[in-house]
Design a protein around this ligand. Structure first.
Ligand code: NAP
Ligand code: MG
Length: 402
């Protein structure tokens, strides 16, 4: 069989620990035998980030701007323990944070649905994708503990020196106070990323805040979304047969629980933090969540939602067998290859991505899976495979499908 050709490279961002081991197995078994794989390789493994003073992370983000599509392996975000373990020059920032800031992107997380791994919410039949705004609000708030009686005000001093004041509270006793902010430009980017992605996957977009209570702050989010939708996306949504729907956050939560899924739920920063953990655990497994960073200019970076699976890596280093689930990392590759195919008009590459995903799903539905899934599946007597054998089982299925 001739290998599938690529015209434009993907940006490949390698990573750390167990996912780095899976990364090379996936390339070896599932990609290189079938595709004449073109990538521009960036090693985001912590050692190389440290050697390059983290320049490699910025370089990989710039390459994503150049080529439009990237695939990323999970990476270590350094903490005090990692400083010692890797003898780091500095506590380098989270690569995901750096890349997200450089691309001005929004992260969309979606579960991979297979028969035999049932969501806790029995009416959920299709994936629910969460889009979390990643700037501001309570995450960049200033806070004060108020010790006793006194007046607290919001004060805005314009560049010309003029002041606008708003009373927060006349305290008669001790209490607490918090000042939050956001930026129109950030909300606009968030909105454009959401509308772009909804069109991309052909799913309805839901957005919710508490604008009835927060008549200026949350209402600005609502207004910006509506203005951008009306001016730039309304016609395209109509053509695609999808809708944009705004409601109050409490109403949204109630509707989500009663829905069958199959839409994107855009959330403000805090709501997204909380709701994405709720959705991902209710769908079954962190190892089955995909994640894609979408910039308002239409650059895409695909990855798994889970981390480097450190505990399994240490077992692997000890020579013990591991049973680490590679599905989300494989879907990062298939997502990136499909997007590359769409942009380059490469039907063979898009078909390959579909078949690779089907091969993963069918392998699990045939009862062959890693330990994390075997623990929660409704399939009786599943075959538990180690990391390598699971990937080989997917390869066998893939060869049948091709
Ligand atoms: P983690 O790597 O997501 O793993 C946490 C636990 O979840 C694992 O110990 C394992 O449970 C289970 N798990 C996650 N993915 C799995 C998979 N593919 N197959 C089977 N089980 C899986 O989180 P962590 O251990 O807290 O973090 C490790 C490192 O990852 C940290 O250095 C962190 O900075 C980094 N991280 C990176 C990203 C990213 O690059 N996007 C995201 C999150 C964390 P059991 O041990 O019970 O089997
Ligand atoms: Mg959280």
């Amino acid at each position: 069989m001739d290998k599938i050709q690529m015209t434009t490279p993907l940006v490949e961002m390698d990573g750390d620990e167990m996912t780095r081991i899976l990364w090379s197995m996936i390339k070896e078994e599932l990609l290189l035998p079938f595709i004449d794989l073109k990538t521009e390789y960036y090693d985001l493994g912590l050692e190389h980030r440290n050697e390059t003073d983290d320049q490699v992370t910025a370089d990989s983000a710039n390459a994503t701007k150049k080529y439009g599509v990237a695939v990323k392996c999970a990476t270590i975000t350094p903490n005090a323990a990692r400083m010692d373990e890797y003898h780091l020059k500095e506590m380098w920032k989270s690569p995901n944070g750096t890349i997200r800031a450089m691309l001005d992107g929004t992260v969309f997380r979606a579960p991979i649905i297979v028969k035999g791994i049932e969501p806790c919410v029995k009416n959920w039949k299709k994936p629910i994708t969460i889009a979390r705004h990643a700037y501001g609000d309570v995450y960049k708030a200033s806070e004060l503990k108020i010790k006793g009686a006194g007046k607290v005000e919001l004060v805005y001093t314009a560049e010309d020196g003029s002041e606008t004041r708003e009373l927060i509270h006349n305290f008669t006793n001790a209490g607490v106070v918090q000042g939050q902010h956001n930026l129109n430009s950030s909300i606009e980017s968030f909105a454009r990323s959401c509308f772009t992605y909804a069109l991309d996957v052909g799913q309805d977009l839901w957005f919710a805040t508490k604008d009835t209570i927060s008549k200026k702050y949350d209402h600005t989010f609502k207004d910006i979304f509506q203005e951008i939708f009306d001016a730039e996306y309304k016609d395209a949504f109509e053509k695609a047969g999808i809708t944009y729907f705004y409601t109050l956050i409490d109403d949204a939560v109630a509707r989500v629980m009663k829905s069958e899924g199959g839409y994107i739920w855009a959330c403000k920063n805090y709501d997204g933090d909380v709701m994405s953990d709720m959705i991902s655990s209710a769908f079954g497994s962190l190892a089955m969540m995909t994640s894609v960073l979408v910039s308002p200019s239409g650059y895409y970076e695909y990855e798994a939602a889970h981390g480097t699976v450190q505990r399994h890596y240490y077992k692997h280093l000890n020579g013990e067998e591991t049973s680490t689930n590679s599905v989300a990392t494989i879907f990062a590759w298939s997502g990136a290859l499909r997007k590359r195919g769409e942009i380059d008009n490469n039907q063979l590459l898009m078909d390959f991505a579909d078949k690779l995903e089907s091969a993963c799903i069918q392998t699990i539905e045939d009862g062959k899976m890693t330990k994390d899934l075997a623990l929660i599946t409704s399939i009786s007597n599943p075959t538990v495979l180690n990391s390598q054998d699971f990937i080989r089982a997917i390869r066998q299925k893939l060869e049948e499908l091709l």
